[in-house]
Ligand binder design. Structure first.
Ligand code: MSP
Length: 551
């Protein structure tokens, strides 16, 4: 049995409502997952929410509700948004799940038993307001801790540490080996150098007073007196885990990882079938969490080099050049945009306007302009006029009479190349772009074909052909070409625009869902070949797919 393609996203903090950055990441992963299903792969898509931690505890306290109740409310908002945006995942990782807790505790206990976690004392300056130890980096130009830290006092605190630094050389070698093998750990690979530099900096002594893992090992605990909303350390009930073991472990706990077994071969088959993963994450959580802590945790748990995941690191959606974030107060609400323009318009914009890995500036004006150009004027117009003409000139029936029956003409040669060389080039281009995780580029295959079809309508002027008995065959060939291209376009857009793809198939009266047998899927990449609509096929009535957005 071929292995399952396992794709995950970052799990979002449940301290505030989702914004467009969260939506982008989940849609990007959804598009890749849908493409792999289209290709015929078994896919398992995991996403979810990161529900523990200080910020959640503080937000809940501010609202005067227990943290469980607070996270339940925000979690609902995420679930409802993914539903609205057609993000179709196979499993939901919510870190308050008892299954997750048991798995995290099992991992921590094993690492503790193996001497990979130790207790140590921190002495240093502590900000009571921000509830954290401070380092020299937090001092202002005058060398003082500024008023933003509130009261700062000397404190001593014992905590637990995970031995990170001893894996530094292994991680460097691993990153290099993956790059050398042409299978970089980080994609797009322009970030590999950045990660490598950060790994090089691991080491030296832990900075005195720091609980931020500035130099070497990773502090993984908080005394319960300071933070109670977390997973208890199994070997010391006075502490909770803080915070990356809890969050990162979701990638394995929710697919059945058994922490008591230290080799992958001993893991249950539901786990082995999926692992390793493609982790879709934003650039802000590559260093140190996903690029340093996570591979080292896995390595310490007994994962071998060929059992390490791959990081697909995307850029940020900015607003006026600045990263969108709740604290900066510049967030764009995906819910409101989906209500105003529809989920498909939002999906299209977020995927087509950003090259995977780069940043982009959010613009509602551009969302509308893109939609009107690509979807309303180009694709929607093509679908509408094609079906209208098939009804007007042929009572809804298409004929697949061969091109050879046609006299040599400009239109015939267009039809020939578009159904042959151009289609093959489009198929290769489309697949290649998805191999590189570049759905924004892949989208130019269906768009180029829709533009070419609209040009064909202008060149061939079917309304004139319909007036001339001698042009009957040419008219049939043009109409068939348009309908068949629409069918292929629907397959190609289906990962990004699933509802519209269904709409086009419905209107073509093709592979109607009620007629699908057994496990047969409505969309399959193998079907994006020329000539599948049979001679004499009767199409459905046109229904506007993408009404123009005015104003
Ligand atoms: N909870 C952690 C991740 C733990 S993963 C084991 C977290 N949560 S987050 O809610 O702050 O961010 C979730 C994801 O959204 C991250 O991948 C982050 O990069 C992404 N984005 C947050 N703001 C973003 C933009 N403005 N633009 C694009 N994505 C950004 O980090």
């Amino acid at each position: 049995m071929p292995k399952t393609f396992f794709i995950t996203t970052a799990i979002d903090y449940t301290n505030s409502a989702p914004h467009i950055g969260h939506a982008y990441e989940k849609i990007l992963a959804d598009v890749i997952a849908r493409y792999r299903r289209l290709k015929g792969d078994n896919v398992f898509f995991l996403t979810g929410v990161d529900q523990h931690g200080q910020k959640v505890q503080q937000s809940a306290e501010r609202e005067g509700v227990p943290p469980e109740q607070f996270v339940a409310g925000i979690t609902e908002q995420f679930i409802a948004l993914w539903d609205k945006l057609d993000v179709r995942y196979d499993a939901w990782a919510a870190t308050i799940d008892p299954l997750h807790k048991t798995c995290v505790q099992g991992m921590l206990q094993r690492l503790f038993d193996e001497g990979k976690i130790y207790k140590d004392k921190q002495v240093g300056f502590y900000s009571v307001r921000q509830e954290q130890f401070l380092t020299d980096k937090d001092r202002n130009e005058a060398g003082e801790f500024g008023p933003e830290w509130g009261e700062v006092e000397q404190r001593e605190e014992e905590n637990y540490y995970f031995k990170l630094a001893e894996h530094k050389q292994w991680l460097l070698d691993f990153i290099d080996a993956r790059s050398k093998a042409g299978n970089p750990f980080v994609v797009p690979d322009f970030r590999v150098g950045e990660l490598r530099n950060a790994v090089e900096k691991i080491g030296g002594d832990r900075q005195s007073g720091s609980d931020r893992q500035s130099g070497s090992d990773l502090c993984i605990s908080r005394p319960k007196s300071r933070l109670s909303w977390g997973i208890e350390l199994p070997f010391d009930r006075d502490y909770v885990n803080y915070v990356w073991f809890d969050a990162l472990s979701n990638y394995i706990s929710f697919i059945g990882y058994d922490p008591s077994r230290s080799t992958i071969n001993e893991q249950p088959s539901i786990f082995r079938d999926k692992w390793p993963a493609l982790h879709v994450i934003g650039k802000d959580i590559m260093i140190p969490a996903h690029g340093i802590y996570w591979p080292i945790m896995l390595h310490a748990l007994g994962f071998k080099d060929d059992q390490m995941p791959t990081l697909l690191v995307h850029g940020w959606w900015n607003l006026g050049g600045a990263k969108m974030s709740k604290s900066a107060g510049n967030v764009v609400d995906p819910n409101a945009l989906a209500d105003k323009y529809g989920a498909e318009a939002l999906r299209y914009y977020l995927i087509s306007e950003i090259a995977t890995g780069s940043d982009a500036d959010f613009s509602e004006g551009l969302l509308v302009a893109d939609y009107n150009h690509a979807l309303a004027n180009t694709l929607g117009n093509l679908a509408n006029r094609t079906l209208n003409m098939i009804h007007r000139f042929r009572q809804g029936t298409i004929k697949s009479s061969g091109l050879m029956a046609l006299a040599e003409s400009e239109v015939r040669s267009h039809l020939q190349t578009w159904s042959d060389d151009e289609l093959k080039a489009g198929q290769t281009f489309y697949r290649d772009k998805f191999v590189d995780f570049r759905p924004s580029n892949a989208l130019s295959a269906p768009l180029a074909r829709a533009l070419a079809c609209n040009a064909l309508v202008e060149i061939s002027a079917p309304w004139n052909l319909a007036k001339d008995k001698r042009q009957e065959k040419l008219l049939d060939a043009v109409l068939y070409h348009l309908a068949e291209s629409l069918r292929i376009i629907a397959i190609w857009i289906s990962p990004v625009l699933p509802k519209s793809a269904h709409g086009i198939f419905d209107q073509l009266n093709w592979k109607m869902e009620s007629e699908l047998r057994g496990k047969e899927k409505r969309f399959s990449l193998a079907d994006a070949e020329w000539g599948k609509l049979p001679d004499g096929h009767v199409v459905g009535k046109p229904v506007p797919l993408f009404p123009r957005i005015e104003g």
